[in-house]
Design a protein around this ligand. Structure first.
Ligand code: NDP
Length: 454
């Protein structure tokens, strides 16, 4: 009989925590998971899932616009925000139930309430103490809002999912995934939208040619892009409107200011000070390669360790930890060549190195690019263009980076990611016969490099 109540006590029932707890339980461990907010974490409740549903919704006006070119006469579309918002919420509630069932059928005990570490083996939830041989911190992250006057009038993406009224004019602050995705959502759903970014070009870290292409497309779709400008303050006027003052001295009168200025690990009130767990940059819990913190019985994974804040990464980390600890199969996570997508409009998807990373690493590479009008838009009348880029290591012929901006980019790059993970060469791409007519076939028909770098 173990001296502890549980073998593993997981704090946080998000993507990583649920995966780790249910796998550990299936491998024979006695597991509990504590959650105080919502089952499924950020991804299910205020992230990937509702965001993607909104993205689908925001594409509808374009589809209606495109309909005429295909011979359909459609009356002027009318948008009803409460319908979209509430249908989305119903789907999220269904998923919350699915998560509850997943945990129950895996034999994981769900403890509802906010968990606090009392020592290296003890957690307190709602006044009750639980002991565990091992504890896993999987508390995720929370949006950060800049410390500026009037910040109480600024919403984050969390609130954007539940707005009482759909805003007529929106100012989105930030230039990362969330800012660009939400600017597309607000714009697509009919709000006058401006994206404000402090640097010269948004989506820092993505391939520069991709960033420039996306900026052109996003602006073309109607989002006003204001770069090299930040927000100074927000003031609520008697009319209920918001007055935003920018660093260039100009002002905007809007109905909603949303900050998407990054996220911070959720560690407040967690009781880390009662343990030897250390935190690093931006408050991220520090772990070794085995997700073990400096307190040997305490582990951490997912957004709270601030490595790659992506659901599939947290899932992989949760699985690796459960296998290592409870299946006796030491498993690590390979962070190389993880594909990601930004669901802006059009989508960006990418895997492998950017051109800038290739140059930094001193690799001589051939660069293949294609910039074309999707077949659909020959009749749709929409100006949207597609961009594709392949980076090939000249010495080995291996494809080391693939980038796409265009319809279904995420769906297409997922397949390409398998090829890159398997070490495909450009010659493998060339020998692959395309599926015609698709946009994706362009990836296997790019014959002449646009340039050689490095
Ligand atoms: P990011 O860290 O990606 O971007 C934050 C943005 O805000 C950057 O452009 C940054 O500018 C800017 N910024 C930061 N601080 C300030 C400030 N004080 N004033 C003005 N601007 C500021 O964060 P997000 O919130 O967009 O997303 C968080 C993470 O969630 C992402 O990194 C991603 O890993 C994940 N995510 C993934 C999605 C997907 O897979 N599709 C979707 C949404 C989120 P600068 O560049 O100058 O630092």
């Amino acid at each position: 009989m173990s001296e502890f109540d549980f073998d593993l006590f997981v704090i946080g029932a998000g993507s990583g925590g649920v995966r780790a707890s249910r796998m550990a339980s299936q491998y024979g461990a006695k597991v509990a998971v504590a959650e105080d907010t919502y089952l499924g974490g950020t991804c299910v409740n205020v992230g990937c899932v509702p965001k993607k549903l909104f993205v689908y919704g925001s594409h509808v006006p374009e589809e209606v616009e495109a309909a005429a070119g295909f011979g359909w006469r459609v009356s002027e579309p009318q948008f009803d925000w409460p319908t979209l918002r509430d249908n989305k919420t119903r789907e999220i509630q269904r998923l919350n139930g699915v998560y509850r069932n997943i945990l129950a059928s895996a034999g994981v005990e769900l403890i509802e309430g906010r968990a606090r570490l009392l020592d290296a083996h003890t957690v307190e939830v709602a006044g009750k103490q639980y002991s565990a041989e091992r504890i896993l911190i999987a508390t995720g992250g929370w949006p950060k809002i800049p410390e500026i006057p009037g910040r109480e009038h600024i919403i984050s993406s969390n609130e954007a999912f539940y707005l009482q009224e759909f805003p007529r004019r929106v100012l989105v602050l930030g230039g990362g995934y969330i800012a660009v995705e939400f600017a597309g959502i607000f714009n697509g759903l009919g709000a006058e939208t401006e994206l404000l970014y402090r640097g010269p070009l948004f989506l820092r870290g993505f391939d520069e040619e991709v960033r420039r292409f996306v900026a052109g497309q996003v602006a073309e779709k109607g989002v006003k892009l204001t770069f090299e400008t930040n927000l100074v303050s927000v003031e609520k006027l008697d009319s209920g409107e918001l007055k935003a003052t920018l660093t260039d001295g100009t002002e905007r009168i809007v109905d909603c200011v949303m900050a998407a200025t990054g996220r911070a690990p959720k560690i407040e009130g967690l009781g880390l000070e009662n343990t030897a767990v250390t935190t690093g940059r931006n408050g991220a819990v520090e772990v070794n390669e085995d997700f073990q913190t400096s307190e040997p019985s305490i582990y951490a994974l997912g957004d709270v360790i601030g490595r790659m804040e992506l659901t599939p990464v947290a899932l992989a980390e949760g699985m690796a930890l459960a296998k290592s600890l409870y299946l006796g199969e030491p498993t690590s996570v390979d962070y190389e060549n993880i594909a990601t997508a930004v669901f802006c409009q059009p989508n960006i998807a990418t895997v492998g190195l950017t051109e800038e990373q290739v140059l930094e690493r001193g690799i001589r590479a051939r660069v293949y690019t294609a910039d074309f009008k999707h077949m659909k838009h020959t009749l749709s009348g929409l100006a949207e263009r597609t961009f594709m880029k392949i980076l090939v290591d000249d010495a080995s012929d291996k494809v080391i980076g693939c980038h796409m901006v265009g319809q279904d980019a995420g769906e297409i790059i997922q397949g390409i990611a398998i090829a890159i993970k398997a070490g495909a060469t450009k010659s493998d791409f060339d020998q692959t016969i395309g599926i015609h007519p698709t946009a994706a076939e362009e990836f296997v028909t790019m014959r002449e490099p646009s340039r050689v770098i490095g």
